[in-house]
Design a protein around this ligand. Structure first.
Ligand code: 5GP
Ligand code: MG
Ligand code: MG
Length: 182
């Protein structure tokens, strides 16, 4: 068993990670975002659309702190990066019955922006009333798209992170804090 002391290093598979963002900082930032979103949607009933698996923790925390009526849905997408360099992403579950709804996509991290671009394409075919993007983490140096990210929890450097929903080869999602590759 891993002994849990304050801010210790973390070994997952073959990689070593160092503490990067504490759970208190994450929770504080999510509370601020929730307040902002509550104000922006005070006359609407938004649908929070969490993108599994990575956004499960962020979606839970954000919607708990949202002040007002809302719906919560999840979607899961699968990326196929076969022979071509541009991976296509296939919609797997959950994006239906969103017609006429005000959707807030909830992502764990926006890196290149490929995933979010595919989600936007899907939402546009679903004829939603409006959509915005919320992400816990954003890597501005890696972002290649032009679509605005409406709600950003934390802007981080272009280094691999785990924790608070984000995994390395299946491990680390359950951690309440975020670690960065050493
Ligand atoms: P995109 O490049 O399409 O914006 O990001 C695609 C996905 O890559 C994210 O949803 C996430 O699953 C994964 N990803 C990107 N950066 C990181 C990172 O630093 N850590 C982890 N664990 N996953 C990441
Ligand atoms: Mg994701
Ligand atoms: Mg992953």
């Amino acid at each position: 068993n891993r002994v849990k002391t304050q801010l210790s290093m973390l070994q997952l598979h073959d990689l070593t990670f160092v503490p990067f963002i504490t759970s208190a900082e994450i929770e504080e930032r999510i509370a601020q975002l929730a307040q902002q979103i509550s104000a922006d949607y005070h006359e609407k009933t938004p649908v929070f659309l969490g993108v599994l698996n990575g956004a499960y923790q962020f979606t839970a925390a954000l919607t708990q702190q949202f002040n007002g009526d809302c719906e919560v849905e999840f979607t899961k997408l699968k990326s196929y990066e076969g022979t071509t360099s541009t991976g296509t992403i296939q919609n797997l579950i959950g994006v239906n019955n969103l017609k006429g709804k005000h959707v807030i996509v909830v992502e764990d991290i926006v890196d290149t922006g490929n995933t979010i671009s595919e989600i936007i394409k899907i939402l546009e075919t679903e004829e939603v009333a409006s959509y915005r993007i919320a992400t816990l983490c954003y890597k501005p140096e890696a972002y290649k798209k032009s679509h605005k990210i409406d709600y950003i929890g934390l802007e981080i450097p272009n280094k691999f992170i785990v924790g608070y929903g984000l995994d390395y080869d299946g491990l680390g999602r359950n951690l309440p804090e975020i670690y960065q590759l050493k």
